[in-house]
Design a protein around this ligand. Structure first.
Ligand code: MN
Length: 717
């Protein structure tokens, strides 16, 4: 059991202004109040509030919270009264203890209606003061740590409640160390067989890959050392519960489990995070789609980190989380990392945002909003559906700029949001601002996001949206609205191909010629034939032959390319997505405002190239495949990739300048790799996301002006 002076020393070690007398008084008061009470384990009851207080000192919580932790069970379990607490310890602490007393009897796994009401009370109590939630979570953590002493029926009930309510709440508050521990203990109590199996498999995998882990760690350390980056690296094994839920979620068997190790690389500055990323991507091949930059786009609960997965030594997939120490603290402790006591001025200097008071942190704001929302709902069942699903991570709550709540399934994006507001809003949606920032429409929404939809009357939703949305309402509306639009887009493409061919054959045709030809093909409408041609289901020769036009390669006119860029006949490029027949050449990127051409591949669709792309030379002798494209007028709200090559001086801060300028210009880094390294320079291959050529030009100019950047060029493929 922790001694009185040890507890006081712990608190004063981080909170120099802590009221020692108050801490001492609370220690003695709680010890006396609980007297000879015992826990289920047979230990004196007082060990429990003391352990709770100790957990909270790990999070460096203020003296008032520690005092409240010591006193958290006295009103509920002893003769002490709230009035007495107030007269001895003051109103602040009395309010904390009162909040804790109110929620101590709430049973959150009973009948639905009662559960909803209790959950509502719980959230109301903890939302009064975030410190109540801190104490409650520490209380639950200690109770879970000692759950083995509790009889089975109660153990299961408490564990279920922990898994349903407290673990998700801890996660929502960003306190992942607590969340993980709660989950693992509850998992073990509820599913002892599954826990056992998963744990055994983890042990096996650890034995199998023992050396590889060290090898990867060693190689990573070497590489970073070569680049003079100081970093702490540690391998981190996944927890049994997270492995289990991943298996359930993705329907995996135990044998399919391989990537159970993740590496965390901790460096001093955000700039170094990107440097590490560059080194890692240069050394190993990155796994597409696994790169996430949560530094430039922090998560709703303030989480910041870079994530990537590479194919490491022995072709093992290696997951990496790259972050600074401060980011790591926020990732582990969430709300608690924001500091509750006055001595946080040092943190403020770092400018990394951890000095934000906990009460105004994003995570806590989410809680307040949730509480506001539920106080406006007086139907317990409806509230339960909302809140519990919310905690189960199945649902996401977003807000209109006016503050109206839009509930969506987890994984929904702004397009789902728009259709949820109104079908017309969805159909005319061209872009969005989330929490005041322009973001791609496809970005998955998070709880508490404020979403402003930008509409344009000229818009028709691209067919590809159907595959990216998850709500039935959006899907069916998009299907309806795009059926005709897509058909006419293919038909336009077909018309373009047909015109090329007929022109090259030196022939002419009237609309009537075409109508008759289409009938001979057994099709009803001209657009059916043209869209089939555009899709590559019909060949131009099929149509020409029923039009009695013969193409003679010798006499046909050479293809002329001056049509490129003429808006009148060009096919408009609107949304670009893999489900549409249009895609942008990844080797160069392409952005609205620059001249583009398309290369048609039957059965695949059209690849968009900027006019300067070197690859285009390969198609010089295949004029049939050239398609005239022009950017639509409604592209500016989306972002497009452009690949640039940046040469920077091999000096401290150079990479920071690059990321700084790109950030300042409100562009995203989609990928960044360090290609070669000479003595004095680094070559960076960067894919940026911009909204058009003006944006890109401004960005490149900004980069060129930076003192440590030597040159900036557009990649030509
Ligand atoms: Mn307790």
């Amino acid at each position: 059991m922790m001694r009185q002076y040890e507890l006081v020393e712990r608190v004063t070690s981080y909170d120099h202004d802590a009221d020692e007398a108050l801490l001492n008084k609370a220690y003695v008061y709680a010890m006396k109040a609980h007297g000879s009470q015992k826990r289920a384990s047979g230990d004196p009851y007082f060990t429990h509030p003391l352990e709770v207080a100790q957990i909270l000192t790990d999070f460096k919580l203020d003296a008032a919270t520690i005092v409240a932790a010591l006193l958290h069970d006295v009103v509920e379990d002893t003769d002490a009264t709230t009035e007495e607490i107030e007269s001895i310890f003051g109103a602040d602490i009395a309010a904390l203890v009162d909040g804790l007393t109110k929620i101590s009897r709430l049973d959150l796994v009973t009948k639905e209606a009662a559960q909803a009401e209790n959950l509502r009370k719980l959230l109301l109590a903890v939302s009064q003061d975030v410190r109540v939630l801190m104490v409650k979570l520490a209380d639950r953590l200690h109770n879970m740590r000692t759950i083995d002493h509790v009889r089975e029926e109660k153990r299961k009930r408490i564990s279920q409640e922990t898994l349903d309510i407290y673990a998700p709440l801890a996660g929502r508050m960003g306190m992942h160390s607590i969340r993980e521990e709660l989950e693992d203990i509850a998992f073990r109590a509820l599913e002892p067989v599954a826990w056992e199996t998963v744990t055994r498999r983890l042990t096996e995998l650890r034995a199998e890959s023992g050396d590889i882990i060290e090898e990867i760690e060693f190689e990573l350390k070497q590489k970073l050392k070569e680049h003079k980056i100081k970093a702490t690296i540690f391998g981190r094994e996944k927890r049994p519960y997270s492995v289990w839920s991943k298996m359930e979620r993705k329907h995996l068997s135990l044998n399919q489990l391989s990537d159970i190790f993740a590496f965390r690389v901790i460096v001093a500055t955000p700039d170094e995070c990107y440097q590490v990323l560059g080194v890692v991507h240069q050394t190993w091949r990155s796994v597409p789609g696994r790169f996430k930059d949560y530094i430039s786009n922090a998560k709703q609960n303030d989480y910041k980190s870079i994530h990537t997965t590479v194919i490491g030594p022995h072709r093992k997939r290696v997951e990496l989380q790259i972050r600074t120490e401060k980011m790591d603290l926020v990732a582990e402790q969430g709300v608690a990392a924001h500091g509750f006591y006055k001595d946080i001025k040092d943190a403020a200097k770092s400018g990394e945002g951890v000095s934000v008071p906990a009460a105004t942190s994003n995570a806590y704001r989410w809680l307040r909003r949730l509480v506001d929302m539920m106080s406006s709902s007086d139907n317990p069942r409806e509230f339960l559906e909302h809140t519990r699903l919310e905690l189960f991570h199945d649902q996401v709550f977003a807000f209109t700029p006016k503050g109206d709540l839009i509930a969506l399934p987890m994984g929904a994006n702004a397009i789902d949001f728009a259709y949820s507001v109104h079908t017309d809003v969805g159909n005319s949606c061209v872009g969005c601002r989330v929490n005041g920032r322009h973001v791609p429409l496809l970005r998955v929404l998070e709880n508490g996001d404020e979403v402003e939809i930008i509409t344009s009357k000229a818009q028709t939703p691209p067919a590809a949206w159907e595959g990216t949305t998850i709500t039935g309402k959006a899907k069916s509306a998009i299907r309806r609205a795009t059926k005709l639009a897509v058909r006419s887009q293919y038909a336009g493409l077909g018309r373009e191909i047909l015109d090329h061919c007929i022109e090259r054959a030196g022939a002419r045709y009237t609309p009537k010629d075409l109508e008759q030809a289409v009938k001979r093909l057994g099709l009803k409408e001209v657009d059916d034939a043209l869209s089939a041609l555009g899709r590559g289901e019909l060949s131009s020769v099929d149509i020409l032959s029923v039009m009695d036009i013969v193409v003679d390669e010798k006499t046909s006119k050479p293809f002329t390319r001056q049509k490129v860029g003429e808006k009148s006949t060009a096919i408009e490029v609107r949304g670009v997505d893999k489900n549409l027949p249009l895609k942008i050449d990844p080797a160069t990127g392409a952005v609205p405002g620059e001249r583009i051409v398309g290369i048609f591949t039957p059965g695949e669709g059209i690849t968009i190239y900027p006019i300067f792309a070197q690859k285009l030379q390969e198609f010089e002798d295949q004029p049939d495949r050239w398609i005239d494209l022009a950017w639509g007028t409604d592209v500016s709200e989306k972002t497009y990739p452009a690949r640039i090559q940046v040469v920077i001086h091999n000096e401290v801060g150079a990479l920071a300048q690059v990321t700084q300028v790109i950030g300042d210009m409100h562009a995203n880094i989609e990928n960044l790799a360090m290609v070669t390294r000479e003595r004095d320079f680094y070559d960076l291959d960067i894919v940026v996301e911009v909204n058009g050529i003006k944006h890109l030009t401004r960005l490149m100019k900004g980069l060129k002006n930076a003192s440590l950047i030597s040159s900036v060029e557009r990649k030509e493929g």
